[in-house]
Design a binder for this molecule. Structure first.
Ligand SMILES: Nc1nc2c(ncn2[C@@H]2O[C@H](COP(=O)(O)OP(=O)(O)OP(=O)(O)O)[C@@H](O)[C@H]2O)c(=O)[nH]1
Ligand SMILES: [Mg+2]
Length: 581
């Protein structure tokens, strides 16, 4: 375990870094980022552990050989194929020992003084065909305070190495030390060229000047085993060991230890801040987009209600056609002449009435057609608007159809149900129209005509009777011109009786039909508006549930943003205190 009391700076910062890690853990736990939570917990635990020196690089670059060379003993397995398949933590111990401590995790000990405050971590190589090897190494990177990046002199700085280094720097903010291995394969001139190449391209591609330590792990190992001083010098292992174990003094190591989680959290929170602000923007855009759709729905409702006003005129037209037919009927059949002849011809007036006024173009049929039109119109719009709403939610707002309720695959049934519902509402109550009972109206016209005709006959009989008797009996009392005048007047009255009855029937019929028409128009308007209301309300409710969802999401994200801001501020403060920025 590292003693962290060497510098006052460390004494001050240590509890604050611990506190920051604890708060970060709570934050990741709250937002359900269990992966991050686990990493933060590990980093927190690692503050009390020895300095972790991660030996990483592509497979076959000589990582395990390099550790073996430092030990002067073959503690780890090396070989010409992708060899290392687990992570080995090499710490100080009295004797050489390796034991498995977890899934793909080993604990090894070796009696080397330098390992008392440094843990060397051997990792599987990247860029081999065994993908799990890379994944295993990447999953351990957050625990390293410093990375020794082993690259082979026979193919230095490959594209996959660049990618891995970028991952180390950008994602984890890890400090990297280059170990240029296998220098025994190159001449000094070639080595210079390689080092220049590395320096230039590292700066160009990754933006930093690398510290490069050249070594031959193979020769170093052999030199140590054989006790060959000359070969040991040639291998340059001593320079590397000096740098790693001596130049990196305890304070520097503690700096790395405390700074590593800070750098990591800085990157994580900065990225999170960016992502969250994008999410807030997306929520805002979605909410606006849904609100725009809601306005569109409101306008559509207004348009539909406007459009359906035309049915009012169509209904009125049906009733005015009925009146026209009545007038034609009255003019054609309810005159003294026609009634007289029809009586003679024994044709019943009520049947004629039924046939002429209600027969062809029956108003009931016309009204049913209007209702069908309305039902079709509303149902068509219902379907079109649902489709539009679904498209909008899926394409503009980006919700997966399966995630929401927007007519989850039951569209056809829903459309049919709604159509049926509107049909029932309009048709069932429209039966009131049948108050204009054809049979009763026929009876009415019949009794008007019959009564009128009989009265006409009786009056005319009286008139004739008075005329005749006046001439024959009363002429001696009353002068004949007077009685004739009376009989003429009576005859005239007789002729006026039928038209009067006809007029009364017409007025009453029109009053009755007008009342029904008015009621029907009112009823239709009410029912149509109700149906349109329901269609729009249904869709609006569904759509607005997505808006509410986005509202809730936004609230949560905004909360996360403020927490991240606070955590990032703490990170920055600690970075300033530790002299990082
Ligand atoms: N010529 C030469 N060969 C070396 C040197 N170091 C290692 N090798 C050889 O390179 C091969 C790979 O060595 P390892 O140590 O297994 O490489 P590694 O990076 O651990 O490989 P993985 O565990 O598969 O990732 C072995 O055949 C070593 O003998 C060196 O300095 N010079
Ligand atoms: Mg290895």
């Amino acid at each position: 375990m590292l003693n962290i009391t060497t510098k006052t700076k460390h004494r001050d910062i240590f509890p604050e870094v611990v506190n920051l890690l604890d708060n970060s853990k709570k934050f990741f736990e709250r937002i359900g980022a269990s992966d991050m939570e686990k990493k933060v917990v590990e980093m927190r635990a690692q503050l009390n552990e020895p300095f972790y020196l991660l030996v990483a690089g592509e497979y076959n670059s000589g990582k395990s050989s390099f550790i073996n060379a430092m030990c002067g003993e073959r503690v780890l397995t090396d070989g010409p194929t992708p060899t290392t398949n687990r992570i080995t933590l090499l710490t100080y111990g009295d004797k050489v020992e390796i034991k498995e401590v977890g899934d793909h995790l080993c604990q090894a000990t070796y009696p080397m003084e330098s390992l008392k405050d440094v843990t060397l971590v051997d990792t599987p190589g990247t860029n081999s065909i065994i993908i799990e090897h890379s994944a295993l190494t990447e999953s351990f990177v957050h625990r390293a305070e410093l990375v020794l990046f082993v690259t082979s002199a026979d193919h230095p700085f490959t594209e996959s190495e660049r990618q891995f280094l970028q991952f180390l720097k950008n994602k984890w903010g890890r400090k990297v030390l280059f170990i240029l291995n296998k220098i025994d394969l190159k001449t000094p001139e070639e080595l210079n060229e390689i080092i220049n190449f590395l320096e230039k391209n590292c700066y160009r591609l990754l933006g930093f000047e690398p510290k490069i330590l050249a070594v031959s792990a193979r020769e170093a190992y052999r030199a140590k085993v054989e006790g060959n001083k000359e070969l040991l010098d040639k291998s340059k292992i001593v320079e590397v060991e000096n740098f790693i174990f001596d130049k990196l003094d305890l304070d520097t190591k503690i700096d790395f230890k405390l700074v590593s989680p800070l750098k990591y959290l800085f990157n994580v929170f900065t990225e999170l801040q960016h992502n969250l602000s994008e999410k807030v923007n997306k929520c805002n855009t979605d909410i606006k987009s849904i609100e725009r759709f809601e306005t569109r729905l409101k306008n559509k409702k207004h348009d539909m209600q406007e459009y359906t006003l035309k049915y009012k005129d169509e209904i009125k037209l049906v009733f005015s056609r009925l009146k026209e037919k009545l007038d034609n009927f009255l003019n054609s059949y309810v005159t003294i002449k026609s009634v007289t002849f029809s009586k003679v011809g024994r044709e019943k007036i009520d049947e004629k009435f039924k046939r002429e006024v209600y027969g062809l173009l029956n108003p009931q049929v016309d009204l049913d057609r209007i209702i069908d039109d309305v039902v079709d119109y509303v149902a068509r719009n219902n379907r079109a608007l649902w489709d539009l709403a679904r498209d909008h939610i899926e394409k503009e707002v980006g919700y997966d159809r399966r995630a929401g309720s927007i007519l989850d695959g039951h569209a056809e049934r829903h459309y049919d149900d709604r159509k049926h519902e509107i049909e029932i509402a309009l048709k069932s109550r429209s039966k009131e129209f049948r108050e204009l009972d054809i049979d009763r109206e026929s009876e009415r016209i019949n009794s008007s005509v019959q009564g009128g005709f009989i009265s006409f006959l009786v009056t005319e009989a009286f008139a004739i009777g008075i005329g005749v008797s006046a001439i024959m009996i009363f002429s001696w009392i009353v002068p004949p011109p007077v009685t004739i005048g009376i009989s003429v007047a009576l005859a005239a009255i007789g002729f006026a009786i039928l038209p009067k009855r006809r007029k009364t029937f017409r007025n009453e019929f029109i009053k009755r039909t007008d009342a029904i028409c008015e009621r029907f128009v009112e009823f239709m308007k009410f029912e149509i508006d109700k149906a349109i209301d329901r269609v729009i309300e249904d869709i609006s409710n569904n759509i607005s549930s997505y808006r509410d969802l986005r509202w809730t999401e936004r609230e949560e994200i905004v909360r996360q943003v403020s927490e991240v801001n606070m955590l990032l501020e703490s990170v920055k403060t600690l970075m300033r205190k530790s002299g990082l920025s």
